[in-house]
Design a protein around this ligand. Structure first.
Ligand code: FES
Ligand SMILES: [Fe+2]
Length: 349
């Protein structure tokens, strides 16, 4: 089990859906316990700065943004999208300061398939270090954006949200509903897993259990589910005609708060039409997981030791192993050696 509540660093995290960030607007947000100011210039470029003025610590988000530069509310220092200080209004004509020394920390951001991702370096490393990992992409959707997005806050440490979402054994107990799975009987599942970049993948297989939602997608639906660090799950369902991909990202806000975002990418022509019906279902589904972690907090208060059993909890065990190996690889300055091996897992759910 994880021995301490620390966040993975030197890796890309999901930050926010791109459409939330309108040109000329700023949004302040805590990620991994750090205050971050997200902005989008009038030219459309997303950026992220530490949301603390280097002068006297007023969050820059209290200031003004003209679509090019952020102006601090307190003494009007100005910063561009790269965090460079461009103006200190209190200086007289003959007072020459090298403004390079007064910049605010900027984070690397990437906008991919409609989402803003942020690279969170460890405190002792600069942003310019080699960024080993790529931002995850939904295969087959090129530069397309998502068709739906739901964001939900889970009031728990990130590991509990991640383990809860990858756990197959909770499904019949937590997600029992007519549109997902009406039958409460457990069946034996046998699934093959392979290592994949910074995580593992449940090998593509035909869906044997018919659900109302799957039936809408087409004939012979097959599914592949991958997980990768720090907390990214991609489920691809393909039928004879269509593809539905779900991207679920889990980003720590603080040690006791985690943001779960679930997005759909699909070729289904009627998806947008059905969205008003689907959205509440997706939220209900996610909220069922959320209610469990809320209840779990009642027990975790007493700091009990937790168990992981084979094979139902093997994916959770892999998650902890992946995390530990990632941390060690970074500390030792070597490449990541995926601890997951090809394996067949069996459980009842
Ligand atoms: S505190 Fe920001 S300019 Fe002084
Ligand atoms: Fe769940």
């Amino acid at each position: 089990m994880a021995d301490s509540n620390t966040f993975l660093r030197d890796i890309w995290y999901y930050a926010l859906p791109g459409h939330q960030l309108k040109p000329g607007k700023i949004i302040s947000k805590i990620l991994l316990g750090e205050p971050i100011l997200f902005g989008r210039t009038l030219a459309g470029q997303a950026f992220a700065l530490r949301d603390i003025c280097p002068h006297r610590a007023i969050p820059l988000s209290y200031g003004r943004f003209d679509g090019h530069e952020v102006e601090c509310a307190y003494h009007g220092w100005r910063f561009d999208a790269a965090g460079r200080c461009t103006l200190i209004p209190a200086l007289t004509e003959d007072q020459h300061l090298n403004l390079d020394k007064f910049g605010v920390r900027a984070y690397s951001v990437q906008e991919v398939q409609g989402n803003v991702w942020i690279y969170m370096p460890s405190a002792h490393r600069g942003d310019s270090d080699a960024i080993a990992l790529d931002v995850p992409r939904i295969p087959g959707f090129g530069h397309e954006t998502y068709q739906s997005v739901e964001v939900m806050n889970f009031p728990c440490f990130v590991d509990h949200a991640i383990v809860g979402l990858m756990d197959p054994a909770h499904v019949p107990f937590v997600h029992r509903s007519w549109w997902w799975r009406a039958d409460a009987n457990l069946a034996e599942e046998v699934k093959t897993f392979d290592p994949s970049p910074y995580g593992f993948t449940m090998r593509k297989h035909q869906l044997e259990r018919e659900t109302v939602l799957y039936r809408l997608i087409g004939r012979k639906p097959a599914v592949e589910i991958s997980f990768q660090l720090p907390g990214v799950r991609i489920e691809q369902i393909t039928s004879d005609r269509h593809t539905v991909c779900n991207l679920t990202t889990i980003t720590p806000i603080t040690e006791t708060s985690t943001e779960v975002t679930t997005l759909f990418y699909t070729t289904l022509p009627w998806f947008k039409v059905l969205l008003p019906v689907l959205r509440p279902l997706v939220r209900r589904f996610l909220d069922q997981d959320r209610q469990m972690v809320i209840k779990q907090q009642d027990g975790l208060k007493y700091n009990p030791s937790l168990m992981l059993i084979k094979d139902a909890d093997t994916q959770a065990r892999w998650y902890y192993q992946l995390k530990a190996e990632f941390t060690r690889a970074i500390a030792e300055g070597r490449s990541f050696d995926n601890p997951v091996r090809e394996q067949v897992l069996r459980w009842r759910s």
